[in-house]
Design a protein around this ligand. Structure first.
Ligand code: HEC
Length: 113
């Protein structure tokens, strides 16, 4: 990762429309620094498995994969309730017959032992 800094000196000039200086601050100087930062990458897709395609298609429209996979393990019934809630309460746009396949997949990747 490279980091660099740029210092821009803007000298005051009434002829220059973008000059930082004004009538009250003649000769003011602006120093602008830019810095590169690398943020950790979030997981962008669900782990492979039967039903992962459904989760990838329907569960990352509104939030991250991590919002789902960082939950404590749930039973199949609990995942079913969770997926049903996403559809009924938050309006997730998938058909009711996809609730069970998605819940089954989530139970495999993050189910109660
Ligand atoms: C239409 C938008 C939308 C879609 C699509 C969606 N969710 Fe959510 N989800 C939400 C909202 C809103 C929250 C609550 C976020 C918060 O509390 O900050 C949430 C939160 C969650 C949570 C955290 C626990 C909770 O109940 O708040 C889980 C787990 C979750 N969603 C799973 C899923 C799964 C699995 C799918 C795919 C079947 C899905 N979501 C699809 C909107 C959606």
């Amino acid at each position: 990762m490279k980091a660099f800094a740029v210092f821009v000196m803007v000298s005051a000039s009434y002829a220059c429309p973008w000059a930082v200086a004004g009538p009250d601050k003649p000769g003011a100087t602006a120093v602008i620094r830019t810095v590169d930062v690398a943020l950790p990458n979030g997981r962008e897709a669900f782990p492979l498995g039967t039903g992962a395609d459904l989760a990838n298609a329907h569960c990352v429209i509104c939030h991250s994969v991590g919002m789902v996979t960082r939950q404590p393990p749930l039973s199949f019934q609990e995942w079913k309730a969770e997926v049903t809630k996403m559809r009924a309460a938050y309006g997730a746009p998938f058909d009711a017959d996809q609730i069970e396949p998605i819940a089954r997949y989530l139970t495999v990747i993050d189910g109660k032992p």
